[in-house]
Design a protein around this ligand. Structure first.
Ligand code: AKG
Length: 185
């Protein structure tokens, strides 16, 4: 499928597939999920996470959050298979994020839990476009990518040398859903 290579450095790569899922309605995912707002503890402070989430796949934990094992609903399982075809990689987990508006965000972090296969993580966006930032951990060079409705971003071997974030955006009034498909060992 037509795509853009946004970064290629050694084995690290970022591939962007605009419109791969443009026909998918945001509401079809939004309404089928039981959203949860977790508390998150950072530097000893506990606050509600500024986004809503759900997890499907084997038991999984990151930061202070622990998700129990949960089966994929049929619509997400079908979507996972389509994502696997494009990414040419298998996934057994999906973190689904709802950014209700531009006040919701995700700080700098890496998806580097030891149980995640970091060779390939696929990130699907539905709804409002948001800026996604990728920063090299040593050079601090930042790449900003506008993730648009229906796009798929493939992150290959990115987590060792790069971190990423989804900053707040005052002007964004509408929701964005993000699904990151991951393979847990
Ligand atoms: O919403 C996004 O695009 C990024 C989500 C993310 O980085 C994560 O959940 O680990």
């Amino acid at each position: 499928m037509r795509h853009e290579v946004l970064l290629k450095e050694g084995t690290s790569a970022l591939r962007y597939y605009p419109n791969a899922f443009a026909a998918l309605k945001t509401s079809s995912i939004m309404d089928s999920i039981s959203w949860k707002q977790n508390d998150i503890t950072i530097f000893g402070k506990t606050l509600p996470e500024p986004r809503l989430t759900a997890w499907f796949g084997p038991a999984y934990g990151y930061s202070s959050i622990q998700w129990p094992q949960a089966a994929f609903p049929p619509n997400l399982f079908a979507l996972k298979e389509n994502v696997e075809d494009i990414a040419q990689s298998k996934f057994n987990g999906c973190l689904v994020n709802l950014y209700r508006n531009g006040n919701d965000s995700m700080g700098w972090h890496r998806d580097n839990e030891k149980e995640i296969d970091q060779t390939c993580i696929a990130s699907l966006t539905l709804g409002e476009a948001r800026d996604f930032k990728v920063r090299h951990r040593t050079t601090k060079e930042v790449l900003t990518i506008k993730l648009e409705h229906g796009s798929l971003l493939i992150m290959e071997n990115l987590q060792e040398d790069y971190e990423h974030s989804l900053p707040k955006r005052k002007g964004v009034l509408l929701p964005r859903i993000n699904m990151t498909f991951r393979q847990l060992y």
